[in-house]
Design a protein around this ligand. Structure first.
Ligand SMILES: Cc1cc2nc3c(=O)[nH]c(=O)nc-3n(C[C@H](O)[C@H](O)[C@H](O)COP(=O)(O)OP(=O)(O)OC[C@H]3O[C@@H](n4cnc5c(N)ncnc54)[C@H](O)[C@@H]3O)c2cc1C
Length: 396
């Protein structure tokens, strides 16, 4: 029985701990907050529900949302219905449920801030409550602001997004997504059971926090969402570039990173919960089998090719144009005209369709201009999208 120390009891750490404790290991999870309202939309897609059905089959409060309204930067709107709902949790509830499962599996869960780690010796050490302790393996699941970086580098500005938002004491039935002119990111409103999480995310290297605040203020005013009594939040979100996956070390001989700490986030959508849970599961399984070295290959087989694909197209999506109009605006226009395309975007959004198998579904099933549009955004063939150099903007 090995002793495993996990720093961070969010979705990735709790899931990893559960796997390891079930396999008979002695697992200690440390989290400075335990279950808390981490700034987040809280939306879980269909692929997360398929892989972890307990996320749907449980008595905890959650909201199932089947409808999304997309608003283009020129205010054109379209509503799509999703065949599979997005399941939205308050993060206090979600983290609490996952930590409870880890505890039931046998993990010890402690509310403490880990102030340092040392992986230089065979057995890694960590410092908590002023004392150094030793373990057999160290899991770093401390999120995107993580400062505990043995033998690796922090994420750079161009690998991060800023987020700001409000927990608003009102609710709604549909998700709203708003695109902005010349902006690498979007605004969202995610309805939870008894409140909304309304926020904005934007590339840290391309935008300022003042810009984000102003866009969000305009949105809540236009949508008539009252922020009186709402709690403001801000946080960072990994937005990995293609090279992040190949160049940043996330595993060493006696430690590994999972979830946001490893930057396992879709840079196009900001979805991180599924990848946090799945990476926690995969590392847990690999360490439990005595083969932590299998973790990177398992991540690659499970999802990192998908994230690399998203990293390749993200700038083209937010900054490119198709026939003189920005890609998000064109997408909304096409969705208004074509129910088939609307369904396809709905499936992508809800996580029922991945990027890498999109080509087969698109070709032959959409009209010529739509096929051309999708192919060029996804780069199936020589691009019809005007490629925009960094710093300049597509016309809207
Ligand atoms: C505003 C916003 C909206 C988002 N919306 C969505 C969404 O709708 N759907 C989605 O799929 N993803 C969303 N994401 C991404 C998602 O929140 C993350 O991908 C996910 O929380 C990652 O889980 P994690 O366990 O890796 O890290 P975290 O959830 O960040 O957990 C890390 C934990 O480590 C603890 N910790 C940190 N440092 C220490 C330390 N030194 N000692 C002890 N404990 C420590 C923290 O208290 C925290 O509980 C959003 C992110 C943001 C910022």
């Amino acid at each position: 029985m090995a002793e495993i120390a996990i720093v961070g009891g969010g979705p990735s750490g709790a899931m990893c701990g559960e796997q390891l404790a079930r396999a008979g290991h002695a697992v200690k999870i440390f989290d400075e907050h335990l279950a808390w309202e981490k700034p987040c939309g809280g939306g879980l897609t269909h692929k997360a529900i398929l892989r972890f059905p307990f996320l749907l089959d449980n008595p905890y409060p959650k909201k199932l949302v089947r409808s999304v309204e997309l608003i283009a930067s020129d205010e054109q709107r379209v509503t799509m219905k999703m065949a599979h709902p997005v399941v939205i949790y308050s993060r206090t509830v979600l983290n609490g449920m996952l930590l409870e499962r880890a505890q039931e599996a046998g993990c010890s869960v402690q509310r403490s801030h880990v102030i340092g780690v040392d992986t230089a010796s065979d057995k890694p050490r960590y410092c908590v409550e002023g004392e150094w302790h030793q373990a057999d393996y160290l899991v770093l699941a401390a999120g995107a602001r993580n400062q505990l970086l043995p033998d690796t580098r922090p994420l750079k500005r161009d690998e991060l997004e800023m987020t700001q938002g409000y927990f608003v004491p009102e609710t709604a039935d549909a998700i709203t997504i708003k695109f902005l002119p010349h902006f690498e990111g979007y605004i969202w409103s995610f309805p939870r059971q008894d409140h909304l999480s309304v926020g904005i995310c934007g590339s840290m290297s391309a935008h300022t926090s003042a810009e984000l605040k102003s866009h969000l203020g305009t949105f809540v005013d236009k949508q008539k969402i009252s922020t009186a009594g709402a709690k403001f939040y801000s946080h960072v979100l990994p937005s990995p570039q293609e090279h992040t996956f190949s160049q940043r070390t996330v595993v060493g001989r006696n430690w590994a990173m999972i979830g946001d700490a490893a930057a396992w986030v879709d840079p196009l959508t900001g979805e991180g919960l599924f990848y946090a849970l799945r990476s926690g599961e995969l590392l847990g399984r690999s360490v439990a089998e005595g083969c932590p070295e299998k973790y990177p290959a398992r991540v690659r087989a499970a999802f990192s090719a998908e994230l690399e694909f998203a990293a390749r197209i993200v700038r083209r999506f937010y900054r490119g144009s198709f026939l003189g109009t920005s890609v998000p605006t064109r997408m909304v226009q096409f969705m208004r005209k074509s129910p088939v395309f609307r369904q396809l975007v709905g499936d992508l959004f809800s996580g029922a369709q991945d990027y890498t198998t999109l080509k087969q579904r698109v070709l032959g099933h959409l009209g010529i201009s739509l096929s051309q549009f999708v192919s060029s955004v996804l780069s199936f063939e020589p691009s019809a999208i005007a490629r925009v150099p960094r710093g300049s903007n597509a016309s809207d």
